[in-house]
Design a protein around this ligand. Sequence first.
Ligand code: 5GP
Length: 176
Amino acid sequence: MPEQPFLERILFSEEQLAQRVRELGRQISADYRGKKPLFVGILRGCVLFYSDLIKNVSVDCTLDFMCLSSYSGTGSTGHVRTMLDLRESIQGRHVVIVEDIVDTGLTLDYLMNHLKDRGAASIEICCLLDKPSNRKVDVTPKYVGFTIENEFVIGYGLDYNELYRNLPYIGVFKKQ
Ligand code: 5GP
Protein backbone atom coordinates (compact mmCIF):
# COMPACT_ATOMS: atom_id res chain seq x y z
CA MET A 1 0.00 0.00 0.00
CA PRO A 2 1.34 3.50 -0.80
CA GLU A 3 2.37 5.59 2.18
CA GLN A 4 -0.53 7.58 3.62
CA PRO A 5 0.29 10.95 5.22
CA PHE A 6 -2.32 10.45 7.97
CA LEU A 7 -1.09 6.99 8.95
CA GLU A 8 1.72 6.09 11.36
CA ARG A 9 1.33 2.35 10.73
CA ILE A 10 -1.29 -0.32 10.16
CA LEU A 11 -2.28 -2.16 13.33
CA PHE A 12 -4.78 -4.70 11.98
CA SER A 13 -5.22 -5.64 8.34
CA GLU A 14 -8.55 -6.34 6.68
CA GLU A 15 -7.83 -10.08 6.92
CA GLN A 16 -6.93 -9.94 10.62
CA LEU A 17 -10.12 -8.01 11.36
CA ALA A 18 -12.27 -10.42 9.36
CA GLN A 19 -10.83 -13.44 11.15
CA ARG A 20 -11.25 -11.98 14.65
CA VAL A 21 -14.78 -10.76 13.93
CA ARG A 22 -15.68 -14.27 12.71
CA GLU A 23 -14.40 -15.70 15.99
CA LEU A 24 -16.41 -13.19 18.03
CA GLY A 25 -19.56 -13.98 16.03
CA ARG A 26 -19.12 -17.69 16.70
CA GLN A 27 -18.50 -17.15 20.40
CA ILE A 28 -21.56 -14.91 20.79
CA SER A 29 -23.72 -17.35 18.82
CA ALA A 30 -22.71 -20.16 21.16
CA ASP A 31 -23.36 -18.05 24.28
CA TYR A 32 -26.77 -16.75 23.12
CA ARG A 33 -28.33 -19.88 21.68
CA GLY A 34 -32.11 -19.71 22.27
CA LYS A 35 -31.90 -16.21 23.78
CA LYS A 36 -32.70 -14.05 20.73
CA PRO A 37 -30.19 -11.32 21.62
CA LEU A 38 -30.74 -7.66 20.78
CA PHE A 39 -27.61 -6.13 19.26
CA VAL A 40 -27.38 -2.45 20.10
CA GLY A 41 -24.88 -0.68 17.86
CA ILE A 42 -23.37 2.55 19.12
CA LEU A 43 -23.22 4.90 16.16
CA ARG A 44 -21.29 5.91 14.27
CA GLY A 45 -18.03 4.12 15.06
CA CYS A 46 -19.64 0.68 15.22
CA VAL A 47 -20.97 0.53 11.66
CA LEU A 48 -18.37 -1.61 9.89
CA PHE A 49 -17.71 -3.84 12.89
CA TYR A 50 -21.43 -4.22 13.63
CA SER A 51 -22.41 -5.27 10.13
CA ASP A 52 -19.54 -7.75 9.86
CA LEU A 53 -20.25 -9.11 13.34
CA ILE A 54 -23.95 -9.82 12.85
CA LYS A 55 -23.22 -11.57 9.55
CA ASN A 56 -21.29 -14.04 11.67
CA VAL A 57 -24.04 -14.52 14.25
CA SER A 58 -26.00 -17.70 13.56
CA VAL A 59 -28.80 -17.34 16.14
CA ASP A 60 -32.06 -15.36 15.76
CA CYS A 61 -31.46 -11.79 16.83
CA THR A 62 -32.82 -8.26 16.44
CA LEU A 63 -31.00 -5.01 15.79
CA ASP A 64 -31.19 -1.51 17.20
CA PHE A 65 -28.95 1.54 17.46
CA MET A 66 -28.04 4.44 19.69
CA CYS A 67 -25.96 7.45 18.88
CA LEU A 68 -23.80 8.83 21.67
CA SER A 69 -21.37 11.66 21.46
CA SER A 70 -18.27 12.26 23.61
CA TYR A 71 -15.21 12.72 21.44
CA SER A 72 -13.79 15.73 19.73
CA GLY A 73 -10.61 15.41 17.63
CA THR A 74 -8.28 12.95 19.42
CA GLY A 75 -9.52 13.51 22.97
CA SER A 76 -12.60 12.55 24.98
CA THR A 77 -14.59 15.53 26.19
CA GLY A 78 -15.85 13.50 29.16
CA HIS A 79 -19.39 14.76 28.50
CA VAL A 80 -21.55 12.07 26.97
CA ARG A 81 -24.85 12.90 25.31
CA THR A 82 -27.56 10.72 23.78
CA MET A 83 -28.14 11.93 20.23
CA LEU A 84 -30.41 9.00 19.24
CA ASP A 85 -32.13 6.55 21.60
CA LEU A 86 -33.33 2.97 21.11
CA ARG A 87 -36.51 2.32 19.14
CA GLU A 88 -37.22 -1.02 20.79
CA SER A 89 -37.95 -1.79 24.43
CA ILE A 90 -35.21 -3.85 26.09
CA GLN A 91 -37.56 -5.21 28.78
CA GLY A 92 -36.66 -8.88 29.30
CA ARG A 93 -34.16 -8.86 26.42
CA HIS A 94 -30.59 -10.12 26.34
CA VAL A 95 -28.75 -7.04 25.12
CA VAL A 96 -25.32 -7.03 23.48
CA ILE A 97 -23.91 -3.53 23.13
CA VAL A 98 -21.64 -3.30 20.09
CA GLU A 99 -19.02 -0.57 20.38
CA ASP A 100 -15.96 0.26 18.28
CA ILE A 101 -13.54 0.97 21.12
CA VAL A 102 -13.52 1.32 24.90
CA ASP A 103 -11.04 3.96 26.01
CA THR A 104 -11.74 5.89 29.26
CA GLY A 105 -14.94 3.85 29.65
CA LEU A 106 -16.98 7.04 30.26
CA THR A 107 -19.26 6.45 27.28
CA LEU A 108 -20.19 2.91 28.28
CA ASP A 109 -20.47 3.83 31.95
CA TYR A 110 -23.01 6.50 30.96
CA LEU A 111 -24.80 4.02 28.70
CA MET A 112 -24.98 1.24 31.32
CA ASN A 113 -26.44 3.71 33.84
CA HIS A 114 -28.86 4.94 31.20
CA LEU A 115 -30.07 1.41 30.36
CA LYS A 116 -30.00 -0.23 33.77
CA ASP A 117 -33.56 0.69 34.80
CA ARG A 118 -35.13 -0.48 31.53
CA GLY A 119 -35.55 -4.09 32.63
CA ALA A 120 -33.12 -5.98 30.37
CA ALA A 121 -32.58 -9.66 31.25
CA SER A 122 -28.84 -9.12 30.69
CA ILE A 123 -26.51 -6.54 29.20
CA GLU A 124 -23.02 -7.35 27.89
CA ILE A 125 -20.52 -5.32 25.91
CA CYS A 126 -18.80 -6.43 22.72
CA CYS A 127 -16.07 -4.07 21.54
CA LEU A 128 -13.66 -4.44 18.69
CA LEU A 129 -10.83 -2.65 20.51
CA ASP A 130 -10.04 -2.15 24.18
CA LYS A 131 -7.57 0.41 25.56
CA PRO A 132 -7.57 -0.62 29.24
CA SER A 133 -4.55 1.54 30.15
CA ASN A 134 -6.62 4.70 29.67
CA ARG A 135 -9.60 3.61 31.78
CA LYS A 136 -11.13 6.21 34.14
CA VAL A 137 -14.12 4.15 35.31
CA ASP A 138 -14.69 0.45 35.85
CA VAL A 139 -16.09 -0.96 32.59
CA THR A 140 -15.34 -4.56 31.57
CA PRO A 141 -16.39 -5.69 28.09
CA LYS A 142 -17.18 -9.41 27.90
CA TYR A 143 -16.21 -9.72 24.23
CA VAL A 144 -13.06 -7.95 23.02
CA GLY A 145 -11.58 -8.14 19.52
CA PHE A 146 -8.13 -6.80 20.33
CA THR A 147 -6.51 -5.09 23.31
CA ILE A 148 -4.32 -2.18 22.22
CA GLU A 149 -1.91 0.38 23.68
CA ASN A 150 -2.97 3.95 24.40
CA GLU A 151 -2.72 5.21 20.81
CA PHE A 152 -5.27 7.04 18.68
CA VAL A 153 -6.48 4.71 15.94
CA ILE A 154 -8.54 5.23 12.79
CA GLY A 155 -10.26 3.12 10.16
CA TYR A 156 -12.90 0.35 10.08
CA GLY A 157 -15.51 2.79 11.43
CA LEU A 158 -13.17 4.85 13.63
CA ASP A 159 -12.70 8.48 12.65
CA TYR A 160 -10.56 11.51 13.11
CA ASN A 161 -12.94 14.48 12.83
CA GLU A 162 -15.32 12.26 10.80
CA LEU A 163 -12.68 11.19 8.26
CA TYR A 164 -11.14 7.74 7.66
CA ARG A 165 -14.12 5.65 8.83
CA ASN A 166 -14.15 3.95 5.42
CA LEU A 167 -10.65 2.49 5.64
CA PRO A 168 -10.89 -1.32 5.58
CA TYR A 169 -8.04 -1.68 8.11
CA ILE A 170 -7.18 -0.11 11.48
CA GLY A 171 -4.12 2.10 11.76
CA VAL A 172 -2.44 4.48 14.18
CA PHE A 173 -3.22 8.08 13.32
CA LYS A 174 -0.24 10.29 12.48
CA LYS A 175 -0.63 13.73 14.01
CA GLN A 176 0.36 16.44 11.53
P1 5GP B 1 -14.52 6.43 25.99
O1 5GP B 1 -15.78 7.08 26.49
O2 5GP B 1 -14.37 4.99 26.40
O3 5GP B 1 -13.30 7.25 26.39
O4 5GP B 1 -14.49 6.54 24.43
C1 5GP B 1 -15.41 5.94 23.67
C2 5GP B 1 -15.48 6.56 22.30
O5 5GP B 1 -14.39 7.45 22.02
C3 5GP B 1 -15.40 5.47 21.27
O6 5GP B 1 -16.67 4.97 20.98
C4 5GP B 1 -14.79 6.20 20.09
O7 5GP B 1 -15.79 6.81 19.32
C5 5GP B 1 -13.92 7.26 20.73
N1 5GP B 1 -12.50 6.82 20.77
C6 5GP B 1 -11.81 6.39 21.83
N2 5GP B 1 -10.55 6.06 21.48
C7 5GP B 1 -10.45 6.29 20.16
C8 5GP B 1 -9.40 6.12 19.20
O8 5GP B 1 -8.27 5.69 19.46
N3 5GP B 1 -9.71 6.47 17.92
C9 5GP B 1 -10.92 6.95 17.55
N4 5GP B 1 -11.09 7.25 16.26
N5 5GP B 1 -11.94 7.11 18.42
C10 5GP B 1 -11.69 6.78 19.72
